[in-house]
Write a protein that binds this ligand. Sequence first.
Ligand SMILES: Cc1c(C(=O)c2nccn2C)oc2cccc(OCCCNCc3cccnc3)c12
Length: 396
Amino acid sequence: EGPIEQKTVADISIQPYPLLKEFEWADLDLNNVEDRDEVFKLLYENYVEDADSTFRFKYSSEFLDWALKPPGYKKEWHVGVRVKASGRLIGFIAGTPADLQVRSKPVKAVEINFICVHKKLRSKRLAPILIKEVTRRVNLQGIFQALYTAGVVLPSPVSVARYNHRPINWGKLHDVGFSYLPDNVTKTQMIAKYTLRNEGKLKNLRRAELKDFDQVFTLLTKFQSKYELIQDFTRDELKHWLFGDNTLSNDKKVVHTFVVEENDRITDFFSFYLLPFTILDNPAHNELGIAYLFYYASDAEFDESDSAKAQALLKKRLTDLIGEALIIAKSLGVDVFNCVSCQDNNLFLQDLKFGEGDGILNYYLFNYKSRIISGGLDDDKHVDYGNVSKVGVVML
Ligand SMILES: Cc1c(C(=O)c2nccn2C)oc2cccc(OCCCNCc3cccnc3)c12
């Protein structure tokens, strides 16, 4: 296992990758509101939709600030393409710094995400050129590995996971065509099945505060040490990912983090991020509120001696913990709570009534040879409820 191609910065061209003559590379600065709004508009109108174009991701400007400007980010890794004649932004791809550990081996890498080409300019082979240019700019900084995900199957994924959804507002999900009514079941029964109480059962659960950060950092680092693919966070990075922009009011926050505190000790925490879908041409609803499970940890002891008992204890702790996340997400107007089959999620999916989605998420490690890492699926790529994954990294 390890890097495939050994390159050095000296091998990397200092010239931008050649573009078709009607296009030019854009020098974006997402601290500049105009640039950030251009990226926002390009994604809003042209980014990933579901298979039958019912929904489109609705990345807010606050989300892009959070997702694209973590500590150590480089503006050169926010790569745009403009039409020379009009100056319109028609292509984008982003790299953000992400030191990984692959089976405990440190891998300096970037995460590549948000690749987008304007709908009217598809099949002009711009996507591969965007990937080559962001790779060149990352290589110039001495980084030669990358992590990215895609729904499509490309050569050799390092892991494969599956989407899971926990309906919160089943009626609305049914109205917009996301949830279906099974045979011999009434709508009332489906709504009753997914009804959540307004109050959780973990009494000492509260919103995380900066004073909790040291314990949360320690708890997550220990909890994640069992996974084979993780992001090796610096303190500043994790603070950014879990607290985001601390000046935002709770209703504007993109990421929400909660802790369980017992006798001045943080025993568990969880986080989720909010990323709605625009619902395309539906008279009754124009937005789908979606929460995505992000990082979490529990100090449920994992005693090597009786691993079955330990796993049962962890299952109970995580089920109660993420059960609270569902209730909080509901209070924030979320319609469906999403997670993939990674981390220890398979332990609570069934009890918390998550349904297996038809989306598959492939994880790729660019220029790094690694044996397959379990993404929590069986040989048919269905969720393996009896086994947990070894993937700890969560991609936005
Ligand atoms: C996307 C997504 C969806 C949906 O498409 C969806 N939910 C409700 C209705 N729909 C149609 O459901 C998920 C569940 C877990 C993780 C996910 O995504 C994980 C992060 C995705 N990273 C970016 C990305 C986006 C699209 C394709 N590849 C990568 C998703």
